[in-house]
Design a protein around this ligand. Structure first.
Ligand SMILES: C[S@@+](CC[C@H](N)C(=O)[O-])C[C@H]1O[C@@H](n2cnc3c(N)ncnc32)[C@H](O)[C@@H]1O
Length: 244
């Protein structure tokens, strides 16, 4: 069940989200679209962090995103993309109008059945759906500890797999896992957490306590203590489906 307040928490940020959230490796886009297509939709596109990898893979790139602040950043960054307000449950496109749909870091916010039906409607027969998530590398104890602070209910659950196994109207074709490492300053790592839904909805006092807990993790771990720049490993999961 998607919690509405958390799903809407992105309405109020754009610039900070774009500046501090991680991007995606090119191999993730390769895994969804190994060859270029006519039209691709990035659904829940945010500020365009995944959309930018689609530009040279489709003749037309469309980005649908409910938050006006997110869309404004995307419009400035990627003027060649057709940005539109809308949601996954009510996609503002004609039936059978796109060859592929990508959803990066957003499918878990959607009403699963309604979104699956809408995605199937806008895709051509046999079209591609790619669900993409960055997640913490379980081998990185300090980052995992920070995830547990931010998302105590889900940090030990592979929620991407739960969101992505069987989808009505789709056949899973491939699951690809991409490992990559990002160099990030400690300050930016902390600011990144400030763009996460649980921090965005927390009252100021609770937010301060969450940041203090994160600082304690970074001060305690050997890999991060007294370091200005951190090596942060990521795993990117890509689930590629075909419209049945
Ligand atoms: C974590 S952000 C991911 C943004 C972007 N895809 C990325 O990877 O950077 C989740 C996005 O999903 C959007 N979103 C939330 N509920 C949605 C819905 N029902 N339909 C479409 N987008 C939604 C939010 O506005 C937000 O931009």
């Amino acid at each position: 069940m998607v919690e509405e307040a958390l799903a809407r928490s992105f309405d109020g940020i754009g610039e900070e989200y774009d500046r501090f959230r991680p991007g995606f490796p090119r191999q993730a886009a390769d895994a969804v679209l190994p060859e270029s297509v006519g039209a691709v939709l990035d659904l829940g596109a945010g500020t365009g962090k995944f959309t930018e990898l689609l530009i040279d893979r489709a003749a037309r790139v469309i980005a649908v995103e409910p938050s006006a602040m997110m869309r404004e950043v995307l419009r400035r960054k990627l003027p060649e993309v057709d940005g539109a307000p809308g949601t996954a449950e009510d996609i503002p496109l004609e039936s059978s109008s796109v060859d592929a749909v990508c959803v990066a870091q957003a499918f878990h916010w959607f009403d699963r059945d309604a979104a699956s039906a809408e995605i199937a409607r806008v895709l051509v027969s046999g079209g591609t759906l790619g669900l993409i998530w960055n997640r913490a590398d379980p081998a990185c104890a300090w980052d995992l500890a920070c995830h547990r602070i931010a998302h105590p209910a889900v940090a030990d659950v592979d929620d991407t797999a739960a969101s992505a196994d069987e989808l009505p109207g789709f056949e899973l074709v491939a699951h690809t896992e991409v490992r990559w490492t990002e160099q990030i300053t400690r300050a930016d790592y902390l600011r990144r957490w400030g763009t996460v839904s649980s921090f965005l909805v927390a009252p100021a006092e609770e937010r301060a306590a969450l940041f203090a807990a994160l600082e304690a993790v970074l001060d305690g771990a050997e890999e991060t203590r007294d370091r200005e720049v951190l090596d942060l490993p990521h795993l990117t999961d890509v689930y590629r489906y075909r419209r049945a």
